[in-house]
Design a protein around this ligand. Sequence first.
Ligand code: MG
Length: 438
Amino acid sequence: MHVCLAFGCREKERLHITTPLTTRWCAHANSFARGGGATNSTCPRKGRMTATAPTTTTKDDSDVNEMKKKTKVPFPHLRDIHAYEPTTFLYNPGELHPQKIKKQDWIRVFRMALPEFTKRAKMDETVEDADVKSEVFRERFEKYLNDLNENEDEKMNVIHMCRFRDECLRRLGFYDCFRTVKREENMKALEALPRVLERLEEENAGILELVKGVFAGNIFDLGAAASQALFTDGDKGGEDDISKSFFETRDTKTDVFVVNNFDALKERWNDLTRVHEKCCIFVDNAGADVILGVLPLAREMLKRGTKVVLCANDVPSINDITIKELEELVFPTLLRMNDKDNVFKKAIESGQLACIGSGSDLPVIDLREISEPCANECLDCDLVVLIGMGRGIETNLRAEFSIDRINLGMVKHEEVAQLLNGPLYSCVCAFNAGANTV
Ligand code: MG
């Protein structure tokens, strides 16, 4: 039986949560300055794309361009910005290098994910002639991959490839072609969250159960071909089954830790004499990932008195949650949720729990270039958590920080699993005490 989070329900939205965009659950007012009121966009940014077919300009382009114009600054707790490289693995190691995964293997990873992107683009009802344009996208990205395969490109890495794919989509007008599936998954997960929290309270969940919950949620990822297959083939149970499936997944599919600093993490977590004061969490996917996996972990931090900031993409990329979705759907729902002791409501109203745009438009993150408000918000953090394969494994697994760090992610590429010497769907639990905290 496949791993099943009962994500697969394709019914139209049955919940109609109206979400006024109001007031301050975000620490920085300028997080709200985006969106709406879009005007004619300026010229699309000149990138490395060489395709010359006509592009489509949408009102959402102004969001992208606004975000790109904003100053980008480094995450303030990189131990040595000059030594920092936002890539964990080599992407073009050459035939003689001992790394077994070569350039053509990474190209295959992106090629295998392409049908899902094409499918989602084709289904995008906000784009005129989506069926034609989705094919243009497919052809352009195929050509890009073929060119990469044939030509030596020293600069090739996961960030460049993700950026090309996203820009290719945006230039054709596909600003957020995963929006429908993200919304469905967010709705279902938010409805299941109270049951998940109840059960976690009943079982008196500790850090192991919470971390495994993050892994269970992180399986959902439409950017990875293996995960797409799970999503498509899994049990199409209704939303009543989601919490049950979530726990089944947590309890049966998260036992293999391919990077395992869990004992050190547990020791630090259980040291109640120095509970972290403030934690920034760079979140990953919409739906069960952030809502059933990350929020319960964040809630436990809040109960211990830690301030928590969720840092999310400003611009949509694959099925990653965006700051707008957190502000307009997730936080308003948390405010209304009657979880035990109203932990979320109190934390949001007091500013103990906030969210902010990271400045990213990618499914990975280069911590040399985050938004200034995000960097300012992170200044007084003493813990950083990086969630998921893109941010936690493929770009920042080896990053060094001056504060405590946790990377949590499920390995959903066979190639990454090989490089970490583990099986597909093994878990990464990295923890390091910060250089300034020991
Ligand atoms: Mg993701």
